[in-house]
Design a protein around this ligand. Structure first.
Ligand code: FAD
Ligand code: SF4
Length: 416
């Protein structure tokens, strides 16, 4: 059952048998047949709802599931520490493929194609490759050398990275075909932040989680002035939302020296979308959770700087369209919460820059790219897409799976 629970169907019993025999490299080879980022997935996959959620041992009363994710992480780290041989690049088959976006979807597509001899160039808007693995998920959860090792592996396989390159601005998809690329994979994620839409959201001291985390992770704000990007020093930090992004922001604030860090969530703990492990870790570190509370407006000091947020207590009503019980305001239960740094982590949307600059690219009502589910191909022939830009904000493993599916189809299409 655990294999069916894993979105890329890793042969879990087989790799665990190899671990039990002490054959860690063999275990790695089994995992690598299905996953190109095991050191990452072993750390950040929501295992409790995927492989471990289906574990037969875990279903038995009083037993814990096998720690599949932790074993995967160990095996991948063992491989990365002990692999002495550099990958020998596969000779070129003469076909060039462009990948736009360097998150897990783009990296997997690029890696799989490079292993088959395609000349892959990855175009990335930011100055470092890696997508959310680099700019979003903090180093205390996903050490950056783990991601760097994956990128090095791709470079050894002759994948070329062009950073500071914004698809739809620097060059268009059509221009890539004109330059001789035979197929294009779009893996640009869903990185446009959503806001609460309440008064005072433009005050000094209110940030989107994207900006807050990007400043710290990508801009290395924790090491200012050695790095140029400063962070905003909040003493009493309030984070809105209760997904992994919110937990990451709240924990980051404490690590940057905040005296308090509070999560505000309008539903109850049971509905929090973050992984259970992330919620536990946040609480262990001192993050406070205010459940069944929603924000009404931010309040400013005389100089226009955030000083507090007015909150409304909620109760859960009937289920809404998402199937979760709808939060309903409790009349008269309004109070003020002091805060000098607010971080809004209530989700993201697709960024229209590349999409609007690509005529003929079909989008759905929510602004995400429509693809053929079997192949990953978009409405434009030989243009493929996958990851968050197709599904909306999802998970690393699903993005990786989509990159892999598109790579297989591109290979079939170009060389048969
Ligand atoms: P991304 O990782 O978003 O990568 C897209 C890349 O494309 C980015 O580098 C972006 O700069 C680039 N790009 C965008 N537009 C352009 C353009 N026009 N031209 C060129 N490049 C462009 N998932 C989990 O499974 N477990 C977790 O614990 C988890 N925690 C998370 C924590 C945070 C803070 C965040 C933000 C997300 C988290 N996720 C987690 C979600 C997961 O990271 C994403 O689902 C996954 O990274 C999506 O991969 P992707 O390749 O589609 O896009
Ligand atoms: Fe579990 Fe994720 Fe590894 Fe699959 S990739 S076995 S879901 S940790």
């Amino acid at each position: 059952p655990c294999v069916a629970g894993c979105p890329v169907n890793i042969a879990i019993p087989e790799f665990i048998s190899k671990v039990a025999e002490g054959q860690f490299e063999e275990a790695y080879q089994i995992i690598a047949m299905s996953s190109s980022l095991p050191a990452v997935c072993g750390r950040v996959c929501p295992q409790e709802t995927q492989c471990e959620g289906k574990c037969t041992r875990g279903i038995k009363a009083g037993c814990e599931a096998v720690g599949i994710g932790r074993l995967e992480r160990f095996v991948a780290d063992y491989h990365n520490m002990h692999a002495t041989e550099k990958a020998t690049p596969v000779p070129s088959n003469g076909h060039k493929v462009a990948v736009i976006g360097s998150g897990p979807a783009g990296l997997t597509c690029a890696g799989d194609l490079a292993k088959m001899g395609y000349e892959v160039t990855v175009f990335e808007a930011l100055h470092e490759a890696g997508g959310v693995l680099i700019y979003g998920i903090p180093a205390f959860r996903l050490p950056k050398d783990v991601v760097a090792a994956e990128l090095d592996g791709l470079r050894q396989n002759n994948v070329e990275f062009r950073t500071n390159w914004v698809g739809g601005r620097t060059v268009s998809v059509q221009q890539l075909f004109d330059e001789g690329y035979k197929a294009v994979f779009i893996g640009v994620g869903a990185g446009l932040p959503q806001f609460l839409g309440i008064p005072g959201e433009n005050l000094i001291g209110v940030f989107s989680a994207n900006e807050y985390l990007t400043r710290v992770n990508l801009g290395r704000a924790y090491d200012f002035p050695n790095f140029d990007t400063p962070t905003y020093p909040g003493k009493h930090v309030t984070v809105f939302g209760a997904g992994n992004v919110a937990m990451d922001a709240a924990r980051t604030a404490l690590r940057l020296g905040a005296e308090s860090s509070t999560i505000i969530y309008r539903r109850s703990r049971a509905e929090m979308p973050a992984r259970h492990e992330e919620i536990e870790h946040a609480e262990e570190e001192g993050v406070k959770l205010f459940e069944l509370v929603g924000p009404l407006h931010f309040n400013a000091s005389e100089s226009g700087v955030l000083k507090s947020v007015t909150l409304q207590r909620m109760a859960l009503g009937e289920p809404d369209a998402s199937g979760r019980r709808r939060p309903m305001p409790i009349e008269g239960e309004v109070f003020e919460h002091e805060t000098d740094l607010a971080v809004v982590a209530v989700g993201t949307r697709s960024n229209p820059i590349l999409l609007e600059a690509t005529p003929g690219l079909e989008l759905n009502k929510r602004g995400y790219i429509v693809v053929n589910e079997e192949t990953g191909e978009t409405s434009i022939p030989n243009v493929f897409a996958g990851g968050d830009i197709v599904t909306g904000a999802a998970t690393v493993i699903l993005a990786m799976g989509a990159g892999r599916k598109a790579a297989q189809e591109i290979a079939k299409r170009l060389l048969g």
